[in-house]
Write a protein that binds this ligand. Structure first.
Ligand code: DC
Length: 220
């Protein structure tokens, strides 16, 4: 079974997907970690990001892989865990340009399908329910108000309550990122839309888990 969770940046996709996978006993595949991994590998190779060509990005993609763990995958560069590096500010700034390259999207999609093969999975990203697994048994599209998304992100990063000025600044950054990723972020026609603005993460997880169990019963 494939549960596809798509949505914009900081909509809580990855943490929700991870938690849903844990509850269902499924594996979690974070497709964004591959786009980030390729971007980090390309940054290591040097040069100005404005001048990165698609072939030069594809050339480093083979350095990136996923190591299976009990419930998910760790992104590796040259066989070494790169989880910290791929979440850094520089990667976050440059990843959208890499994610717009058609060859990179093809490469990521085939890696995601390979990682997912043979197990029940929860896969999160932007186009999982449309391009990667159009036949997924359950498709969720998570949205939340940008101000709320910015606040959640800052609470996680700063481990304290952010000021309104900080939230405003982060909201601006998020809205810009949404615009850069908008072409890639697609809601499948048969996706269930969940607005998490007024939901706790535990509530979102419960809803998705209940929907997945319903699908499991229906298909049995
Ligand atoms: O979800 P994230 O912030 O880790 O995603 C990183 C980047 O990868 C972001 O620019 C969107 C892009 N992405 C994508 O285009 N398609 C996906 N399935 C997953 C991520």
């Amino acid at each position: 079974m494939v549960v596809a969770i798509d949505g914009p940046a900081a909509s809580g996709k990855s943490s929700t997907a991870q938690w849903v996978a844990e509850k269902l006993g499924f594996r979690h595949v974070d497709s964004g970690s591959l786009y980030r991994g390729v971007t980090a590998a390309r940054l290591r190779a040097g040069g100005s990001p404005d001048e990165w060509s698609e072939p030069s990005v594809l050339a480093v993609a083979r350095q990136v892989s996923l190591r299976p763990t009990e419930r998910g995958f760790i992104p590796l560069i040259h066989g070494e865990p790169a989880d910290g590096e791929i979440r850094g500010g520089e990667v976050t700034r440059e990843v959208s340009r890499v994610a717009r390259m058609p060859g990179v999207r093809e490469w990521v999609n085939s890696e995601v399908r390979r990682a997912a093969a043979g197990s029940d999975v929860v896969v999160d990203g932007r186009d999982i329910g449309t391009a990667v697994f159009p036949d997924a048994q359950l498709k969720i599209f998570l949205v939340a108000d940008p101000w709320e998304r910015a606040k959640r992100r800052l609470v996680q990063r700063l481990a304290r309550r952010p000021t309104d000025a900080e939230v405003a600044e982060e909201t601006e950054r998020l809205v810009q990122r949404d615009a850069r990723d908008s072409m890639q972020t697609v809601q499948a026609r048969d996706a269930i839309l969940i607005d998490t603005t007024y939901l706790t993460q535990a509530d979102q997880v419960e809803r998705i888990v209940a929907l997945a169990r319903g699908v499991g019963k229906r298909d049995r």
